[in-house]
Design a binder for this molecule. Structure first.
Ligand code: G6Q
Length: 546
């Protein structure tokens, strides 16, 4: 059990929570126009900067009092001792009785973090060193396929936490990746995913990384077996496996059963949650793409924000501030969602990555002690890169009836300087946050000569809250910092909501039912055991499938 649990007092009974409720009534109708008018210094005062990340949170519907109360809420929620408990290796994932130590994956050599009395940092570095040696061999062409050809294609097979991080990181760091190699990612049990990923590849030059913590996941194991048949069809006998398949897993027994020698296995540990694993061996495809040196730079970025989170007072602590502000809208303004809008094409999969990180972590309905929460927990995360989203869903953010706090992420320098593209891109970040905050009043619309009947349609109410997160350039370090920022923001919110952010029981039921239904679809089990809707759908599918 964790030595530090949530406070004995339920969240809604904490004095800071009650004060926030009263305070909310006082400030809910304040407009950002007023707040900026009365405090011209707000735009620089309500900002925080650390490790090259600049966070402007001035365009939030908050006053100094709001911040003070939110920070009190964090303190009364034992946030500080809970952070310490995570870094110490306490088993804070109580429902699975596990430590939560993704921070150990980026600890520097020589740091000490104990799980059940054993320092885990040396093992982390041992795996990193093995990954580096392997990556160097593959990247240099020294590692040869079964027929003697060097590896040109790498396919990561994994799903959920064993896929989303690798895909996101590959896309994000493509600029740093080997352009003469092909990297693909197969996750879906839909055969189309595998078929499309392999249709133009030569098995002789292809390496599969089977990434699965458990090595029992239905989708991954189905794809892994299909990959083996695909490879062996071309390469002949089983001895080819050793040159074309490696595994990333915690389950040596299953890896061996599959036919992969454990010397070609890269391990990690049960204290690494799937959605927190992109910087473990699950990141092997990332390392193959960008090289060990860049991978370590990414880890250093993670580590810098870990240290910032662990040691910085809450008032200046970026993940804590972001977590508290998100909670403010979620729990007091009844906002249902958060939009994350990276103005960086390389971050096109970042919203999808964050969806798992945030929603699997904080989509919980009971507290650590099993009581129904009685307040809102994790918001829905969604988003697309800018400027594309501006031409589709931003309409609803600007003029719809829902309050959607947004995170705008931008970089001062582009990796692809092309004419004035980057200034145009960044002008849009700045314009959008300005428009969302201040809008356009009926008077302003009328003054433009708009006829009266059209005025209401052209009014922007404004008062839509945003974070602007500005970094210098998208480097491997910067990516590590950004991910860690959100990881710890999720932690902050989960701690205050008194939930277990590190389990995911909600994914179980569907998996179990699917297994039963497969039996029926394959005619191994009698049908008709479900509700009338499910039974009818099964029958219809079977008939149509033929
Ligand atoms: C993440 C979840 C989940 C997991 C996948 C894949 O936190 O646990 O998304 O990563 O279900 O699991 P395996 O790695 O065991 O195949």
């Amino acid at each position: 059990m964790s030595t530090v649990t949530a406070p004995a007092t339920p969240l809604t009974q904490l004095s800071a929570w009650k004060s926030l409720q009263t305070h909310y009534e006082e400030v809910r109708s304040l407009h950002l126009r007023q707040l900026f008018k009365h405090d011209p210094g707000r735009g620089t005062r309500l900002t925080a900067e650390a490790e090259g990340i600049y966070l402007d949170y001035s365009k939030h519907r908050i006053t100094d009092e709001t911040l003070k109360l939110l920070i009190e809420l964090a303190e009364q929620s034992n946030l500080r001792p809970r952070i310490d408990a995570m870094f110490r290796g306490d088993k804070i994932n109580v429902t699975e009785n596990r430590a939560v130590l993704h921070v150990a994956l980026r600890a520097r050599k020589g740091e000490k973090i104990f799980v059940d009395g054993e320092d885990v940092v040396p093992e982390v570095h041992e795996v990193l060193d093995r990954m580096s040696a392997f990556s160097d061999r593959v990247r240099s062409g020294e590692w040869k396929g079964h027929t003697g050809k060097p590896i040109k294609n790498v396919i990561n097979i994994g799903i959920g936490g064993s896929d989303l991080g690798p895909v996101m990181a590959y896309e994000a760091l493509r600029h740093y990746s080997r352009r003469d190699m092909t990297f693909r990612f197969v996750s879906n049990v839909d055969g189309t995913d595998f078929a499309e990923a392999t249709h133009d590849l030569d098995a002789e030059e292809t390496l599969f990384i089977i990434s699965s913590k458990t090595f029992t996941t239905l989708e991954t194991m189905t794809n892994a077996h299909t990959a083996r048949s695909w490879a062996l069809k071309k390469l002949g006998d089983d001895t080819a496996i050793a040159k074309h398949f490696v595994a990333v897993s915690t389950n040596a027994e299953e890896v061996t059963k599959f036919g992969i020698d454990t010397k070609n296995m890269f391990g990690f540990w049960d204290w690494v949650g799937g959605r927190y694993s992109m910087d473990s061996a699950i990141g092997l495809s990332t390392m193959l793409a960008i090289g060990p040196e860049n991978f370590r730079k990414m880890l250093a970025g993670f580590h810098a924000i870990d240290e910032h989170f662990r040691t910085t007072p809450f008032e200046r602590n970026l993940p804590v501030l972001m977590g508290l502000l998100s909670l403010w809208y979620n729990d007091f303004f009844d906002a249902q969602t958060v939009a994350v809008l990276p103005y960086e094409q390389y971050l096109k999969r970042f919203p999808a990555y964050l969806q798992q990180l945030t929603m699997e972590s904080n989509g919980k309905h009971v507290t650590l002690s099993g009581e129904h929460v009685g307040y809102q927990t994790g918001p829905i995360f969604w988003g697309e890169p800018g400027t594309n989203g501006q031409h589709s869903f931003y309409q609803l953010i600007h003029q719809g009836t829902k309050l959607i706090p947004c995170d705008f992420i931008g970089f001062s320098k582009t990796l692809n300087p092309l004419g004035n593209h980057h200034d145009l891109l960044m002008a849009n970040v700045l314009a959008q946050t300005e428009a969302l905050a201040f809008g356009k009043t009926p008077e302003e619309v009328r003054a433009e000569g708009t006829p009266d009947w059209l005025v209401p349609h052209r009014v922007f109410e404004g008062n839509r809250p945003t974070n602007t997160i500005l970094l210098e350039e998208l480097t491997p370090e910067a990516l590590g910092k950004l991910v860690a920022l959100y990881e710890h923001s999720v932690f902050t919110q989960g701690a205050i909501w008194q939930i277990d952010s590190f389990d995911q029981w909600g994914v179980e039921l569907g998996k179990v039912l699917a297994k039963k239904i497969v039996g029926e679809l394959e005619g191994k089990e009698p049908g008709g055991k479900h509700d009338s809707s499910t039974n009818a759908l099964i029958e219809r599918y079977k008939k149509q499938r033929g």
